[in-house]
Design a protein around this ligand. Structure first.
Ligand code: MLC
Ligand code: AMP
Length: 508
């Protein structure tokens, strides 16, 4: 029997070495990891979870939550993590689409979720932010060893939902080898060894915190400070005991505003990685001035894991995402025809390699539409490759806002606002924001005489959309600018309101 990804994790695990350190001083060794994930795997098995079954998880970050992910790998289940900010209205769709065998949620959410779970026939167990809950109660009685399910490279390990540009969210199916090959490549490229200690302050329901950060640490047999959320002061406090950090640009924007960020504070660190959204060249430069460290920027997405990275040795150039990773083929192509473009020209970034996902869950046509005939995946990101081979991302071909590393699809927000009484139509755009990179903004046309105001719109979104998707501001206009084809010119709106958040402060 072999289990493609977990066997590799097992090989790197030295039982007495530290794996997870919590802010309150708890230490989980690799031996603990094997035992706890084994116990939870036994619980899943007893609950009837079989290889290929989906396990949907919406819980706060904790070591136990990571054990649940590992237990899913071990039972052959497909792990389906969900943003803790999602509302019941949003969850309903994911449960209906993925048909999980088991849902694990916060105790307080159980009642609401149980109603939806009944429709899809799922069991519901709980896990709280302190690592308690019915799942853990059940695990106490179980033996620590579990016979891992047989899983090959092409078997599914996880489904991560990405919002769709035109309505329905799509579940990106990631195989054992997608995850193992990419994390192995990153471990080598970024030189992670058992001596490393990572500051892990990212959420674990996305590719960045779960696969890039956690899998790399596991495959290196290294350790990590596992923090419930990002807090600049806490991160600075832990730096002298750490070697590395991975974060979204907002982490770095907040750090450079903190007087505690100095050469001395970061002297023991060897690597700062940024990704999930564009890092401003200005942040890169300020960070380098304050610490002497050049942030290493890399580029990836849910469907493809990581595609490119600035070099470990060699120049890390601000405003670029570096070179294609070993094993990843990357080209810039004409968006319409797919014809590869010469160096220096801007077009659609397309990628191929063992990192690229298997397709969208139960959406064969959508999957087919996002691949070229020769197997390249169309990312939706626009970029160019310069003379030295560095990849530059210059924009997005997809209508998407990235706020603090979270993706928001305008269409989803527009649809909600358009349904409100008194609204004619809405355009949702991302505007430069000093803290989140982009701030979600709604530009709304009201019906003549309608009384609906900003407050009413924001109140109307409560419970319908996760908070991070809700507009930071709502602007009212008489008409939306349109081109001759009648299409709303979002670029005109972005120019008009470019300075809306100029006075906003980054949180420090
Ligand atoms: C929180 N809020 C946000 C937000 N995060 N609003 C917009 N964008 C965000 N990203 C809102 C909350 O709803 C709340 O609003 C208020 O801000 C404070 O909440 P908080 O929980 O205290 O926020 P904070 O801890 O400051 O979180 C900000 C953050 C966090 C940037 C640290 O969002 C974060 O950790 N982001 C990382 C996202 C990530 O991991 N992305 C990777 C995707 S994978 P209110 O109104 O209720 O007060 C991917 C592929 C790849 O993209 O390449 O990696
Ligand atoms: P997600 O769907 O959440 O995985 O987000 C993936 C998207 O984030 C990519 O398609 C890019 O648009 C964006 N992204 C990730 N890393 C970077 C980066 N370093 N620079 C610019 N954009 C990035």
């Amino acid at each position: 029997m072999s289990n493609h990804l977990f066997d590799a994790i097992r090989r790197a695990a030295r039982p007495d070495s530290a794996f997870i350190l919590t802010a309150d001083g708890r230490v989980w060794t690799y031996g603990d990891m094997l035992e706890h994930s084994g116990r939870i795997a036994s619980v899943l098995d007893a609950l009837g979870v079989r290889p290929g079954d989906r396990v949907a998880v919406q819980v706060e970050k904790s070591p136990e939550a990571l054990m649940l992910y590992l237990a899913c790998l071990r039972t052959g289940a497909v792990y389906l993590p969900l943003n803790t900010a999602y509302t019941l209205a949003e969850l309903d769709y994911f449960f209906g689409d993925a048909e999980p065998r088991l849902i694990v949620c916060a105790p307080g959410a159980k009642e609401g979720i149980a109603k939806h779970a009944a429709d899809c026939g799922a069991e519901v167990e709980t896990l709280d932010e302190k690592g308690g809950g019915s799942l853990i109660d059940l695990a106490r009685g179980k033996a620590p060893d579990f016979p891992d399910a047989d899983r090959g490279p092409d078997d599914l390990a996880a489904i991560l939902y990405t919002s769709g540009t035109t309505g329905r969210s799509k579940g990106a199916m990631l195989t054992h080898d997608n995850l193992l090959s990419n994390a192995t490549t990153l471990r080598e490229y970024w030189r992670f060894t058992a001596d490393d200690r990572l500051i892990h302050a990212l959420p674990i329901f996305h590719t960045h915190g779960l696969f890039v950060a956690s899998n790399v640490i596991l495959l290196a047999g290294a350790s990590m400070f596992f923090l419930p959320k990002f807090d600049a002061n806490e991160v600075l406090r832990l730096m002298p005991q750490s070697t590395s950090m991975m974060g979204v640009p907002t982490f770095y924007v907040r750090l450079v505003q903190n007087p505690g960020l100095t050469h001395e504070a970061t002297a023991g660190m060897r690597l700062f990685v940024s990704g999930s959204a564009p890092l401003l060249a200005e942040t890169h430069r300020t960070f380098a001035q304050m610490t002497g460290h050049a942030i290493l920027e890399r580029y990836g997405m849910t469907e493809t894991n990581m595609n490119t990275s600035n070099p470990y040795d060699g120049e890390r150039i601000a405003g670029t995402v570096g070179f294609p990773l070993p094993g990843v083929s990357l080209r810039v192509a004409d968006p319409e025809s797919g014809r590869p473009l010469p160096k220096g020209e801007t077009g659609m970034i397309e990628v191929k390699g063992p990192n690229v996902f298997k397709g969208y869950w139960r959406m064969p046509e959508k999957t087919q539409g996002e691949f070229r005939a020769d197997g390249f995946f169309i990312t939706g990101d626009l970029g160019r490759i310069d003379e030295r081979g560095y990849v530059h991302i210059v924009g997005r071909g997809k209508d998407l806002v990235i706020s603090g590393g979270y993706n928001i699809y305008p269409k989803e927000v527009e649809t909600e606002i358009d349904q409100m009484p008194g609204v004619v139509e809405t355009a949702v755009i991302g505007l430069p924001h000093p803290d989140f990179g982009e701030g979600v903004t709604a530009v709304v046309v009201r019906k003549p005489g309608a009384a609906i105001d900003e407050r009413a719109i924001l109140d109307g979104l409560e419970g319908r959309l996760a908070r991070y998707k809700q507009p930071k501001r709502v602007i009212f206009v008489d008409d939306l600018p349109r081109n001759t084809m009648g299409k709303v010119q979002k670029n005109v709106l972005r120019e008009t309101y470019a300075r809306l958040y100029a006075g906003a402060e980054a949180r420090v």
